[in-house]
Each structure stands twice: as C-alpha cells, then as structure tokens.
Ligand binder design. Structure first.
Ligand SMILES: [Zn+2]
Length: 168
C-alpha cells in the first residue's frame, strides 16, 4: 500500500481507531488507521446489515447466494489490495491484521479472499509485485495465487471443491 507522495488526502470521518479519507486525486474514499496494530490483532468487528442473494460492489460474501452489507458501513471504504494488510474473517466477523500495521497506514484487503465471483470485476493498478491484474473473484485465481493468500472458510471450501473436480 505505498501511495505516491503526490496523492492528497482529506479526512472525511473519524472512527477513533481509523478514519475515512478522500483521495483528492481520484475522488476515491479510503480507510486509514489511527493507531498501530500487531499482526494477528483484531482491528474491528463487523456484522451484517442487509443480506442479498446477489453481490454488488459493496457487499461481502458469507455463503452461496449470501452477500452482506457491512455494518458499520464505513468498513466498505477498505479498498482492494493485492498485498493486503488485513483480512475479513466472515466466520468470526472480525477484521484481522495480516501484518504489523503502523499508525496512518491505509488498510487494504484482497477482494477475492471473500468473493467467489465478483459482480463487477475491475483491473487493479496497485503496482505491487503480487498484482493479479484483473480482480474477478477467487474462482479465477491460479494455483500460485491461491497459495499466496488467506481466504475465508467459505472460499476455502469452494476452492477445495474446485480442486477436487479438476482431479476427478
Ligand atoms: Zn493489484
């Protein structure tokens, strides 16, 4: 999550442990820590707002045909990263730090870690060495990519089922 120094951010909402900022160069909202977190530490817990059977670009998948709106809703401003520093555990409903995170760092999670097939795939320009390019969901990752990331229990089940089918 290295941001070029030319990017300008404005804080739009303070959540105590973190804040929502507006990236003034692309008008995208993003989420920054206001304190440090240790690897493995819980950053926040979440619950499900409305549940729908189809995904949108804002929902998080918790099961087959089960997609939740995040509560608190500001957590939706945690953007995708191909080198994520946090993970949405949809079994425990907690956001976990995947690495030591400093104060004032942007939080990013790997969208395919919760999403099997995304409704609105997009091209990632994060520029990190692990960038997967087209972000479409876990169903479209290759074996090396699958080995590189942590996934929710639900996505692990789907990946296991898919791998078994290939062998059969
Ligand atoms: Zn990327």
């Amino acid at each position: 999550m290295t941001a070029p120094t030319t990017m300008r951010y404005r804080t739009v909402a303070d959540h105590g442990f973190a804040e929502t900022r507006l990236n003034e160069s692309n008008q995208q909202l993003c989420f920054f820590t206001k304190r440090a977190f240790k690897k493995g530490e819980e950053i926040a817990s979440f619950s499900s707002g409305s549940i729908s059977s189809t995904p949108t670009y804002l929902t998080v998948q918790v099961g087959t045909n089960k997609h939740i709106m995040l509560q608190p809703s500001y957590l939706q401003y945690i953007n995708h990263s191909c080198e994520p520093n946090c993970f949405f555990d949809t079994s425990t409903m907690k956001i976990i730090a995947l690495a030591n995170i400093g104060e004032g760092e942007e939080l990013g999670f790997f969208y395919p870690s919760t999403e099997w097939e995304m409704q609105q795939p997009f091209r990632c320009f994060c520029g990190t060495p692990s960038c997967i390019g087209e972000v479409r969901g876990a169903a479209f990752l290759n074996r090396e990519q699958v080995a590189h990331y942590r996934f929710t229990d639900y996505i692990v089940q789907r990946l296991t089922r898919k791998a078994r089918k290939k062998v059969a």
